[in-house]
Every structure is written in C-alpha cells, then in structure tokens.
Design a protein around this ligand. Structure first.
Ligand code: GSH
Length: 208
C-alpha cells in the first residue's frame, strides 16, 4: 500500500515536521507531498486530503490518519522501536510527547517556527521563556537519566515531537547549556532534519 505524508510548508509547519522525522527515522518507504501554507488555495488543497482542515495527514492506501501524534503512534505500531523499550520509559516518553502536543502555547505563539530565519532575541516574552525553561528542564532530566544523545538514549517519537522546538531555540537565540546544546546538535544532524531544511530553502517565503 502506498504511504503518503501530506505536510504544510516545510519552512513553517512545525506539526508536519514531527511525523516526517519519525517516519523518515522508521525507514518506511513513504512519499511526502507538500501543500504550501498561506496560499489562496491552501484550505481547498488541504480539504482534498483530510477531513480535519489541517496538515499533517498520512495516507496508508485508503486509510487516512490525521494529527501529528496520531500519525506517530500509527507508525510506531509498525516500528515499535520508535518508543523506548521499558514500560516506565515509554510512559514517560508519551507524557512529554503529549505535554508538547497539548502545551507550550506561549512558546508556539511568540516563537513560531521558521527553520530558515534568524530571529535572535525576538519573541522572548516572559510566558514564552517560561515555556522554554520547562522544555529545557524536561530535556535536561531525560538526558541526565539516559545519557543522550537523544532524550531516551536512542531516537524516539519524543525527539520528533520536540524537533520544532530545537529549531526555535536556535533561530530565536534561546541559550542552551552544554548538554542541551549537544542534544540540539544531535537533532539537527538527523538526515531527516537536514533534508527537511534543504527542502524548505526551495519554498517561497510567505511570512515575515
Ligand atoms: N493538532 C494538529 C495541528 C495541525 C495544525 O495546526 N496544522 C497547521 C499547519 S502547522 C495547519 O494545517 N494549518 C492550516 C492552514 O494554515 O490553513 C496536529 O498535531 O497535527
């Protein structure tokens, strides 16, 4: 069955980046189709592939799965190593993934993802920095416990869920201590991240 991940503009679509990184890491043979955001026909084009009016959406043949975390969970059913092996670690990885999925509204509002921008110093509101501090606490605790290079040692969906925040900390100039900087470097070095950013460079800039 053909596997297709529909994503928004790679430059801006943080929700799309998450399942893309997970899918690419899983090594499944999937195709990515980009629907550019901020165009007159964006809503129409999204409506053709999902009832949710949002990307990402994943098509496995006739089966349509939407929402970033649901897609990641679906991929993990075929590639269980996308979650940590131990029951407690899996629960913890799911907790922080869900916290990312449902939280950090100020960080997302004040430092929206633009993987190509240099917005150092912008968006550093009190609320966004409080969210950033909580994210850093999560990362620090995971890295101390599991030794890196990823949050649970090996790459997991938790890393995919935080990948857009890794880009935001770099582009908005949020300072990281040495262990967190090493984590950021490991995420940026993922082939999937490099491919995503290279593709973003070929897209039109539609936001300031
Ligand atoms: N909860 C959803 C959020 C998806 C979402 O908000 N996607 C944005 C792009 S990042 C979107 O499709 N926007 C539609 C538009 O701009 O018209 C998820 O996790 O996938």
């Amino acid at each position: 069955m053909a596997l297709t991940l529909y994503v928004g503009s790679k430059r801006y679509s943080s929700w799309s980046l998450r399942p893309y990184v997970a899918l690419a890491h899983a090594g499944l043979p999937f195709e990515t189709k980009t629907i550019l955001l901020d165009q007159q026909d964006t809503k129409q084009n999204i409506a053709k592939v999902t009832p949710s009016a949002r990307v990402p959406v994943f098509h496995d043949g006739d089966l349509v799965i939407w929402d970033s975390l649901a897609i990641c969970e679906y991929i993990a059913e075929q590639q269980p190593s996308l979650w940590p092996t131990g029951r407690a670690e899996r629960a913890r990885a799911r907790s922080i993934s869900c916290e990312m999925h449902s939280g950090f509204a100020a960080l997302r509002r004040d430092m929206p993802m633009d993987v190509l921008s240099d917005k150092r110093g912008q968006g550093h509101t009190k609320e966004a920095l409080a969210d950033a501090a909580r994210v850093q606490d999560i990362w620090r605790e995971c890295l101390e416990k599991h030794g890196g290079p990823f949050l649970f040692g090996e790459f997991s969906i938790a890393d995919a869920m935080f990948a857009p925040v890794v880009t935001r900390f770099r582009t908005y100039g949020v300072e990281l201590d040495a262990p967190l900087a090493a984590y950021s470097k490991a995420v940026f070095a993922l082939p999937a991240m490099r491919e995503w950013i290279a593709d973003a460079e070929r897209e039109p800039r539609t936001r300031e």
